[in-house]
Design a protein around this ligand. Sequence first.
Ligand code: PBG
Length: 324
Amino acid sequence: MGGFQRHRRLRSSQAMRNLIREHEWNVGDLIYPMFVQEGLSGSEEINAMPGIYHHGLDDFRREIGQISELSIPGIILFGIPQEKDDESSGAYAENGIVQQAIRAAKEENPELLVMTDVCLCQYNPAGHCGVVRGGEIVNDPSLNYIAQTALSHARAGADVVAPSDMMDGRVQAIRRILDEEEFHNVVILSYAVKYASAFYGPFRDAAHSAPSFGDRRTYQMDPPNVREAVREAQSDILEGADMLMTKPALSYLDVTRTIREQFNVPLATYNVSAEYSMVKAAAAKGWIDERAMIPEILTSFKRAGADFILTYHAKEAAVWRKDL
Ligand code: PBG
C-alpha cells in the first residue's frame, strides 16, 4: 500500500479514458443560431463573427440543406426586417422575415427543429426588447406584442418559441395565447436567466438591435446575482415554460449548475456572440488551437448541467465530432 493514490492509472490509454468519461457533447445537443435578412439576396458575412452570415431567403434554404446533412437537430432564428416602426409590427407580421424563414425551413426539412427568438428589439427604432413610452421600457403593454409575435411564429410552423425580452409575465402571456389558439404542442423555451452582458456586442451589430438610448439593465439581470436567477427560473416554470435557458454561457457556468440542481426541466445554455468572436479572433492570430478549444468549451457546458447548447460553432463542431 502506497501512501498516495495512483490517479494516472485510469488515464493511461485512450480506451481507458473513454471508458471513465463523465460528460460528453454530441451533435444532437447543438442548436445553430441563424440570421435571416429581409430583402437580401445571397448572404453577407457578419463583421465580428467570421463564418456566420446574414442570409437572404434563398441562401437560407441552401444552408438548411447543409445543416441537415450535418445532422444538426435544430436552428434558432433571428430576423432582420427591412423597416422598423414603433409598433414593432415586423415582429408579428404574417409575412415577416422570420415567419417566411420558418415556412422555408420546414419545406426544406420537416424534421428540423425550428426555434425562434421572440423579441421586439430588432423591429423598433428604439432597439429595446419591450415597448417604449416616455423614455421607459414599459412591462405590461409589451406583453401583448410579445405574445402576438410568438403566436405568429407558431402559425408559421415553429416547434419552439423562445422569448428573450425579459419582460415579466411574458411566458404566461405566450402560453395563454397559444392555448387559446390551440397550439398545445408548441414548446416554450424561456430565456429565463438572461444577464445584461457585454458578451452580446457582436450580435447587436449583426442584428442591428443596439438600443438607441440607455441600456438593457432595467430588464436583463445584473451579472453578480445568482439567487435572483433561481427566482426568474421559478416564475417562468410556474407561468408555463417547458424548458429554460441560461445566457451567456461561458462566464455563467455556475449559474447553469445552480439552475440544473434546483429544477428538473430541460436546460439550455446560449454560447453567445462574443464568446464565439473571442475564439475566432484568437484563432485567426494563431494564438490558440480552436479545433481543440471549441470541443473543450462545449464539454464545459455539459459538465455544468446543460442538456443542449445554442452555439455559432455548431457546424464546425458537427464536422469535428466524428474525429473526437
Ligand atoms: C434579443 C437577443 C439578444 C441575443 C439573443 N436575443 C441580444 C440582446 O439581448 O441584446 C444575444 C445573442 C448573442 O449575443 O449571440 N433580445
